[in-house]
Write a protein that binds this ligand. Sequence first.
Ligand code: ZN
Length: 202
Amino acid sequence: MDLTIVIESEASSAAQEAVEEVLAEHGLDSVDVRRAYIRESGDPLPWLALILINGTTFTLATFFQEAIKAAAQEAGKEGWRVIRDLVEALTTRRQAQEGRPGSVTLRFEQSEVEIPMDSGLSEVAFRRMGELRNPSAPLSGTLRWDESTGQWVDSLKGRFICDEPACTEFATTSRIVSNGQKSTRIMLCDQHDSDLQPTEDH
Ligand SMILES: [Zn+2]
């Protein structure tokens, strides 16, 4: 399992040790913890913990299975509980230590998709997360839990209309287009996005 946890670069060594302790308590003591997330601010910012998941054929399910294996003392525990308990423990420990709120985020390095671990995520949300294959969020880069449909969806899904003139469909993909020196980000529906792609089979 290629798993790394990155916390803010200004975090103390005590904060790093606390994260390592939480991981060890969950049977994940081989996970690398780095103080490497660089931000600049004169004021204290919320703490953060990014759980980086690497691997070309990686899925959350694999992560859960590996986490279960590693967490031998938690034998019989379902996969989604492993990640939920880990996120809860990280949040509790860091919040107590820093005295201010922060956030835990899962990040899939390969697909560049992030899942913010909002507090109060339901059991169903964690279960569905465990079933995700190749998470994808071409519009926003992040997934959010949609309680009404019971699915993890692109955070911006259903929020913006396609940028193609006169199109009234919801945008599903964000792309950078450039003409000359100028690059612009546009949002497109499925149809207009596929129109933009070079066609090889015609
Ligand atoms: Zn369109």
